[in-house]
Ligand binder design. Structure first.
Ligand SMILES: Nc1ncnc2c1ncn2[C@@H]1O[C@H](COP(=O)(O)OP(=O)(O)OP(=O)(O)O)[C@@H](O)[C@H]1O
Length: 212
């Protein structure tokens, strides 16, 4: 079955679980939202699904992506894209090289790679920005470039962890629209963590509260 499934997933930081075991299915082309109080483990859950669980945590349950159990796979073998609130581009690389870093390995040859990057920059309203230093971009431009870098990897699922929270309200609404427009036609499951009601309302899937 296609989509992202969590089966009885919880995370322990020491003895007690952070939240009650979570079971859910995110079908392709839908955005499911996770909400919950600060500190309950929303970001840590995203880290676990993406394969980046930090030391000090222990997780139980399984993560199934498109029918395959990926719970024990290394992050790079999961093909799960993650967009964090910081939307950090590598500061020592140009904008174009940042996007090249995300580019799926099957896109071969210098000309093909260059064309893919130019197309992505164009979609992000950043045509001609390939040689720019990320520090010269606005917050919104950096965030759009970061989304494009994530999508260029052609992920089979996407995790959004408070992706808009560092932006001011106008920019936030613009970027939210931009992200949702670009993921809608991807036919992949998307799981989003947010504190923001407008973010949750813009998503078309269910809102799942993470509880104790
Ligand atoms: N390295 C660590 N080892 C053990 N516990 C940690 C570690 N880092 C964070 N924690 C704790 O793990 C819990 C989950 O943190 P997490 O950042 O996932 O919560 P969150 O729900 O995303 O919070 P917020 O909404 O404030 O971003 C918190 O209670 C935090 O104090």
């Amino acid at each position: 079955m296609r989509g992202l499934e969590l089966n009885s997933v919880t995370i322990h930081a020491g003895e007690a679980p952070l939240f009650a075991p979570l079971t859910l299915t995110v079908p392709p082309s839908t955005v499911t939202t996770i909400v919950g109080p600060s500190g309950i483990g929303k970001s840590t859950l995203m880290d676990f699904i993406g394969g980046h669980l930090a030391r000090g945590f222990h997780a139980t349950g399984t993560v199934i992506l498109d029918g395959q159990d990926v719970t024990r796979l290394p992050a790079e073998a999961r093909r799960i894209g993650i967009l964090f609130q910081d939307a950090a581009l590598f500061p020592h690389l140009s904008v174009g090289d940042n996007l090249a870093f995300g580019l799926a390995s099957h896109v071969r040859g210098r000309a093909m790679r260059r064309a893919s990057i130019e197309t992505a920059l164009d979609k992000a309203g950043l045509a001609g920005f390939a040689d720019r230093d990320p520090a010269t971009l606005s917050g919104g431009q950096r965030a759009r470039a970061a989304l494009m870098r994530t999508l260029l990897a052609e992920p089979c699922a996407l995790l959004l962890d408070e992706p808009f929270s560092k932006l001011d309200p106008d920019l936030r609404a613009d970027l939210r629209r931009f992200v949702f427009d670009h993921i809608r036609d991807r036919d992949i499951p998307v799981l989003m963590v947010t504190h923001d009601e407008a973010d949750a309302a813009a998503a078309d899937g269910p809102v799942i509260p993470l509880g104790g």
